[in-house]
Structures are given as C-alpha cells and as structure tokens.
Design a protein around this ligand. Structure first.
Ligand code: ATP
Length: 899
C-alpha cells in the first residue's frame, strides 16, 4: 500500500523524480508497456445479441405467431412477407442502436479529461490517457484528478471524492501525512484518486496507479452498468405508444369480432387484424426519437457544443432566458494591460512610470499561477495579461521565483475576489496580494508612493476609487496589487497599496449579433459577472444587453433584497455585477420560479450549484474547470456566447423535427386504421391485405419518417418565433387537428380508390351504388385484387406526398427557404419505386397478391394520392390570405388614426 510508504521509497520504486518528472522517452516506453490510462468499457453487446433483443417485443411475438399461422394455412407468401418485415425491422433497429451508440462514444472521447504534468523539467498539458506510472501531475482548483496519485506537495488541497466514496463533502489532503497501517480509500489523506475533483487549493503528486489499476478502475464494472437515461419526451412517447397500442389492439379485436359476425374468412381476418395492430402501433416512435436525438448530439459538436445529457437537446428549444458570464463568453478573454496607476498617476502600458515600484511588477509576476514558455501560454487570461506586462518590463517570473520562492499562498476564489502568495526573500518574508480593488482597498492601511510607504488616507482612497471608475467606464477590468512584509503565514489585512492595472478585454463581435438574434427569437440575455458594475455596464451597452445603468444591479444590492423583490426586479435588470457564485443560484432560482426556462453559463468550481439548478447548465470548454463541466448539461468547446445561439437554434430545429415525425406517423397510422375499420364495419371486403399493411408500415411510412427526423428547417424562421412553452406538448398548436384531418383524408382517398372499380362497373351496368351491389362486384376475385391494389397504391404513395407537406406546415412546398434534404428526396424516390415494384414486378405481384397497373391507372392513382399535399397547399394559401387580411386591417387602422 502506497499510503504507508515513505516518499523516497515510492520515488525509488517508480524510478522518478519530483523536480523533473519522467523524461519523454521513459514516459513513451511506459505507455507502450502498460497501455493508456483509461477505464475499459464493460463488455459490448454482439450484433446477434442486439438483434435478438429487438425481437424481444410483444408485438413482434404476435407477428411471429401470424407468420406461423399463415405458414400452416399454406399462405407461404404472406408468411414470407411477415418474416421479411420482422427481419428488416430488427436490422434497422440494430443499425439505429449502433449509430446512437457511436455518437455517444464519440462524445465521450471529446469530454475526456486533460492533465498537467511535469516531464523532463517542463510543464505540459496532455490527454489524461497518456499518463503513466511515475508521472508528476500538477493539480489546480477545479481539475479532475486523472490517475491515482501519491501526493508530493499540497497547498490547502481539498478534493471531493463522491465518485469513489459517495461522500460529497470535500476532504483535506496532506502530502506530509503518513499512514502507520493500510487505510480505506476515504482515509488516505496523502493520495488523490482518479475521477475525483479538486475543489480548492493546489497540489502535486506522482502517479501510482493508472487505468484499470486505479481505485475507480477496480469498481469500473459497477459504474458501466448505469441504467440508460430516457428524456422526458421519450418517456411521454413511450406512454403515448402504450395508450395507442391498447387502443389499436382493441380496435383490431373489434374489427376481428365484427368480421367473425359477418362470417368472413376467419384466418384471413385474424392475420389482417394482427397486421393492422402491428402496423398501427407506433412502436418505432421512441426508436426514431432516440436516433434523432443521438444524431443531434453529433450535429451539435459541429456547432461547438457537447451535449452531456440527452434531455437537454429537448429543453434547449424552450429556453427563453440565457444568463451568461461576461469574461471570455461575451468578451474574447484576450486580456491586455493598457493602463496602470502607480504613485498617484495614470500611465499608458507603453510608458514606464518614473520611480516605477518594483513591488508592483513583482506582485504581478509572483502572485500569479500562469506560465509563459517559449512554446505556449498556460493559465488564466487575467494572470497571463499581468505576466506579459511584468515580463515586458523585464520582470521575469522564473528568475524572480528563484530569488524569492513561494512558501505559502491563498488561492483566488470568486468569493474573496483576491489571491495572496508569500515569498522568502533575502530581506525576510514578503507577501503579494492582487484582486478586485474594492475588496483590496478595505484591507489596506498604507500606500506606497514614489518608494515611500505612507498611511492610506481618505484622500488617497477617493483618488484610487475615482481611477477605478475611470478605468471601468472605459470597459477595463481593474486589478489592484498590494504587499505586506513580515510573517510567513498568509495575512490579507494591513496591506500596503501599490497600484492598479487596467486591462482591456474586447467584446466578441459575434456575441453582439447573437444578442440581437436572441431578441428576435424572444430570448432574453442577462449578463452575470464578477466584474465591476461600470466595466460590466460598458460592455453590456456595447453588446446591446442594457441601455441604462439602472438595468444593472450589484451583488451587494442583491443581498439586501428578498426573493420576492428579486423576482420583481428581474423583469428589468439585465446586468448583475460583482456577484459571487451563490448569487447566481438565487438568480436562476428566481427566474425558474417566475416561469422561465433558463440557461446559465459557468466555469468555476463554485458555479457548479447554479449550473445544476439551471434548466440548462452550460460549462466553458476552454476556461471551465472539470468540476463545472461535470455539473453542466452542455459544454461550449469554444467558450463563445454565439455558440449558445447556434445550440438553441439546433435545439429548436430538433424538437420541430421530432414533432413533425410523430404527427406524420400518427396521422398515417390513423389513416390505415380508419380505412380498414370503415370498410369492415360497412361489411365490404377488406381494402388491404395483411402484407399490404406491413409493407406500408415498413417502407412508405418509415422512410419519410426518418427523413423528417433529419430534416433541414428554415432556421431563420425558427429563430423569429418565440420559444416553445415548457408545458407545450407535441399535440399543441393544432397537432391533434392535423393528425385527425390527415388521417381522415388519407382514409377517404384510399377508400375512394378502393371503390373506383365498383363505381365504374355498377355505373356501366346501370345499377345503384349500394353496399350490397358493391359486395356483388367484389365477388369477382380479379376485380377485388385490382381494387385492393388501387387502395394499397394510393395509401402507400399518399404517405410520400403527405411527408412533403409535413416538412413545414406553414409554407408552400414551392417556396421554401430551407436547405435541400437529400434523405427526403431519396425516401420519396425509393418509396415510389418500391411501391411501383410491388405492382409491376411479376414475382412481387404474385407474393403481394396485386395486379399490374396501366399507365392511365397509375396517373389517376397518383393524382388521388397527392391530395394530402394539395390540402396542405390550400391551407397555406388560406393562412397567407388571412395574414394579409390582418396586415391590411392594421395598415388601414394606422392610416385612419393618422388622418
Ligand atoms: P465573469 O463571471 O463574467 O467571468 P469575472 O471573470 O470577472 O467575470 P471572477 O473570475 O469571479 O469573475 O472575478 C471577479 C473579480 O476578481 C475580477 O473582476 C477581478 O477583479 C478579480 N480577479 C479575477 N481573477 C483574479 C485573479 N486571478 N487573481 C486575483 N484577482 C482576480
């Protein structure tokens, strides 16, 4: 056990060195020998297992019985068709599952953690999978521990180990701790474990276990057995599917009962009723939704968004408030010091102040965790800006650190808004503190002016505050630097004020466009920042988020008001400044309680609660800590605000596609049921054979449904609409009417096609068009086969046309501004050809019991089948006329008012 061993023993055993780490060559050799530092996945299902799983469905079992019955009745072709349907259905299911799985695996790779290591004496960031035993890993606040480590150094290090121990309170870690005996994981204070999260402090450790050898690796098999998570929509659809299954089965049982009473061929009607039940039940719906959601996850990656939780794709479309950080999200996070204030004067960054206090530049370089090497810049942009400024003035961090090594520190946190480091120098201990000026100023009692330390008077303070206001109103981020000489322990009181640095962080131009787009889409943007109110307002004004300063509120003001008052204020406030992470939780809670669907961005450890509280928690991919990423639903890989707009657009589009697919499938199935039901109730022959129903279910239904699932919507139009209401279901806004209308229309045209022949025959014979006479006509099996072929063709092809209208119920198919959907074109073409093949290819005609059709017959049937799209065009025309009428009325009213 490593916790009992001394540091020396461990380092000797692992042949490593804490100062330099492993060499690159040695690390590569160990990686080759031991393999990558990853947790192995549980055993994957084989294709055969997935296939059998697909067959494990009650409806498929019913269908298998139907196939057996057909076979026993020597209806070999029916049995064969049913068998083909079952096989194709299961194969499609396996392929869909495979695709969804692949999308999720690709996602896992994207979210895989990184690790900061010391190799060959230099600090590098590399994928956690490349860590090997003996590597020296550096832990920062917010990071996820990438392997099991024996800690070498710790500075107030606290780690949350709930992934391993279930204990959610962070535990203190101490490199100096040595166990007398082997200890349980939770008590090993000198070790850090893979997958746990650093909540505060810093540390360094040597890798003692990697991959499956880690503590989490030992229980990885338990973790990989986490049950699948279903989205609310999937759950709703599964429930809907259950209700529809029961209704369809009852209807089909009724159909069968009536058929028995009417003394029809019992076996034939049994198979038809079973087929109808199987065809009518939208058992494919949850599968289609899963594949659409899973595919959307890979689509989202293209717009720089990683979706960690599938349900958030749905929720995204309903978001109506986006609360965003400022730094790095709305701004570029490319900080540069452009002004500074020392010795009671303001200077440009390009100038060197006379009597420039060394402590100012030393503080910037030493009280700083960023690293600048020849190849790269690592660390927080604020700190990098200060480091660049100090180095530009010839104060190099490395050289300073050799002269004045860091002995103690208190890390930055967004609550205190400052950070302190203590250094040993030839003149004793010296500590540097840097942070938000208001926070620092209250802790200063002296000021350094031209090398002399004086008491800090109210006059000094007023002048400093005025300078902060001047800098802030120019949208600069301001940081103050202070020193203290004396003790080794960190003390953030009685400091000596040295100076201020003003940094520019330009806005992201694309964020400005995104804010405008959000306004059109009725999505509100709220800026929540830890920065000064004037800096925040200056940036908010530039971005179009706020116009007046009274739309801004500070964390201090927020603390003084009640939750009720906050909810009231939230109607007007668009900028929250100098807030701490707890305030974010209050804001998002108040937003949610007033009926909003809120997205919230965050990056720090303390942002995790608000990210969890928001309807959509969004973590930053570049600057975000692993803790924030773990708590978020989504990660922005480019930290860019404009990406949220793209993600919401995508979310709306995906929801729209799912809605279209569901309504299309249900109206089509409804059409099939009504066609059969009306015919049987009226005592007519069955318009469709069992094989016809299954064919429609398999081909002309499924292909366009899939195409609708991946449809390209007119994004511009989508983003001009207000967001969907949270409680809005799939059938709101005319969904039910649409399903019933098109179901009835499809039934009407199919029955018309079915009755076309008897109508013609009876007209020729000058007989009345009665049910009795129709039955008489159908006694001719040749006529019946032809009439069934008509109904089958119209029903099949009408679905292809219906799907065209369903792509966008509000616009004509001739004037759509959407992108071309090749899947839809292919679904239409292939569906049409396959439908034609069933009547025109002799082998298939025999199997399906259909008749070959003439060109003339085809023409008439296609016209009939096009009725759904014709109805769609008429609706669009009426809608356009109505909206023109309303527009005209409004113009007239305005004119009248003016005259
Ligand atoms: P946002 O929440 O929009 O990202 P922010 O980055 O300003 O804004 P915080 O990171 O909480 O929010 O910073 C709050 C304040 O703390 C800053 O305005 C700055 O004055 C100070 N500050 C930021 N980074 C550091 C740091 N590394 N060391 C010391 N003080 C800092």
């Amino acid at each position: 056990m490593f916790e009992e061993k001394s540091m020396r023993e461990i380092l000797d055993a692992l042949h490593t060195d804490t100062e330099k780490g492993l060499t690159e060559e040695e690390a590569a050799k160990r990686l080759q020998e031991d393999g990558p530092n990853v947790l192995k996945e549980g055993k994957k299902k084989t294709a055969a297992e997935s296939f059998l799983e697909q067959l494990n469905d009650p409806l498929i079992c019913v269908l298998l019985v139907a196939a057996l019955v057909s076979f026993l009745l020597k209806e070999v072709s029916d049995a064969a068709i049913i068998a083909v349907v079952i096989i194709v259905n299961a194969t499609v299911g396996v392929i869909q599952e495979g695709k969804a799985q692949k999308a999720l695996e690709a996602l896992k790779k994207l979210t895989s953690p990184k690790a900061v290591v010391r190799r060959g004496g230099t600090i590098r960031e590399l994928p956690a999978s490349e860590l090997v035993k003996g590597d020296v890993v550096i832990l920062e606040t917010g990071a996820q521990v990438a392997a099991d480590l024996r800690l070498v150094r710790t500075w107030n290090l606290k780690i949350e180990e709930s992934a391993l121990t279930g204990e959610s309170l962070p535990v203190n870690k101490d490199a100096a701790f040595q166990a007398a005996k082997a200890l349980p994981v939770g008590d090993r204070k000198n070790e850090a474990f893979m997958s746990t999260l650093v909540t505060s402090g810093r540390g360094e450790g040597v890798v003692i276990g990697a991959g499956m050898e880690t503590e989490i690796g030992k229980i990885a098999s338990i973790i990989s057995a986490v049950p699948k998570e279903f989205t609310p929509l999937q759950k709703k659809l599964a429930d809907l599917g259950k209700i529809l299954s029961i209704v369809s089965i009852l209807l089909c049982a009724a159909l069968f009962g009536i058929a028995v009473l009417q003394h029809r061929n019992i076996m034939e009607m049994l198979i038809t009723a079973i087929s109808l039940a199987v065809a009518a039940v939208p058992e494919g719906l949850p599968a289609i939704v899963t594949i659409v959601l899973a595919l959307s996850v890979s689509k989202m990656v293209k717009v720089h968004t990683i979706v960690r939780k599938l349900p958030s794709v749905e929720t995204l479309g309903a978001v109506n408030v986006v609360c965003s950080d400022k730094t790095g999200t709305l701004t570029q996070n490319k900080m540069t010091v452009i002004r500074y204030y020392v010795n009671q004067n303001i200077y440009k960054a390009s100038e060197t102040a006379p009597n420039m206090p060394e402590e100012f530049l030393e503080g910037m370089a030493l009280c700083n965790d960023a690293v600048i090497t020849n190849q790269e810049e690592l660390g927080d942009p604020t700190e990098l800006a200060l480091l660049r400024f100090a180095e530009g003035n010839r104060f190099r961090k490395e050289a300073l650190e050799t002269r004045m090594p860091r002995v103690e520190e208190k890390a930055f946190d967004s609550q205190r808004k400052m950070m302190t480091t203590v250094h040993r120098s030839s003149q004793g201990f010296i500590s540097y503190t840097k942070g938000a000026p208001e926070m620092l100023l209250d802790r200063c009692s002296k000021i350094m002016v031209n090398g002399k330390v004086q008491s800090l008077t109210e006059v000094h303070k007023r002048q400093i505050r005025q300078t902060v206001d001047v800098f802030s109103s120019q949208a600069l981020r301001v940081l103050a630097v202070a020193v203290r000489r004396g003790e080794k322990e960190v003390c953030e009181d009685g400091l000596t004020f040295v100076g201020l640095a003003g940094m520019i962080d330009p806005i992201r131009p694309e964020a400005k466009t995104a804010v405008e787009q959000f306004k059109l889409a009725s999505v509100r943007t709220i800026m929540i920042t830890g920065d000064h109110i004037d800096t925040a307002f200056a940036i908010a004004r530039e971005l179009g988020i706020a116009k007046k300063i009274d739309e801004c509120m500070t964390g201090e003001e927020l603390e003084k008001i009640s939750d009720v008052k906050l909810k009231e204020k939230l109607k007007k406030i668009n900028v929250f400044a100098r807030v701490s992470p707890e305030h974010k939780v209050r804001i998002v809670k108040a937003l949610k309680e007033t009926g909003n669907i809120a997205a919230m961005t965050g990056d720090g450890v303390n942002d995790a609660p608000s990210l969890r509280m928001a309807d959509i928690g969004i973590a930053m991919g570049i600057t975000g800590t692993d803790v924030a990423k773990n708590a978020a639903d989504m990660i922005l890989t480019d930290d860019n605000f404009a990406t949220i707009e793209k993600a919401i657009e995508e979310g709306r589009s995906i929801y729209e596609n799912i809605r279209k697919t569901v309504l299309f499938l249900l109206s089509s199935n409804f059409g099939e049921i009504i066609t059969m039901f009306i015919a049987v109730i009226l005592g007519m022959a069955s318009p469709l054979k069992a094989s016809h129903i299954l064919w429609i279910n398999l081909i002309t239904d499924s292909l366009p449904a899939l195409a609708l699932g991946v449809d390209k919507n007119d994004k511009e139009a989508l983003m001009k609409r207000p967001p969907r209401k949270a409680k809005e279901g799939l059938f709101s806004n005319g969904g039910t009417a649409c399903t019933i209308f098109y179901g009835c229309l499809i039934a009407a045209i199919s029955l018309t096609a079915f009755l076309k022949l008897p109508w013609e025959v009876l007209a020729e014979q000058q007989k009345a068009f009665t049910l009795e006479n129709i039955s008489m006509v159908f006694q001719s099996s040749e006529l019946l086969t032809r009439a069934q072929t008509y109904a089958f063709t119209v029903l099949g092809i009408s679905q292809l046309f219906h799907a065209q209208g369903m792509q966008d119920v509000h616009t004509s198919i001739f004037s759509r501004k959407r992108g071309f959907n090749p899947v839809m074109a292919a679904a239409f073409g292939v569906g049409f050809l396959l439908q034609a093949a069933v009547t025109e290819v002799p082998a298939l005609t025999a199997m399906f019991g259909t008749a070959a059709l003439s060109l003339e017959e085809w023409g008439a049937l296609v016209i009939l089948a096009a009725f759904p799209v014709l109805a769609h065009e008429i609706f669009v025309l009426l809608e356009t006329l109505r909206s023109q009428d309303t527009k005209g009325k409004v113009i007239n009213e305005v004119r009248q008012e003016h005259s």
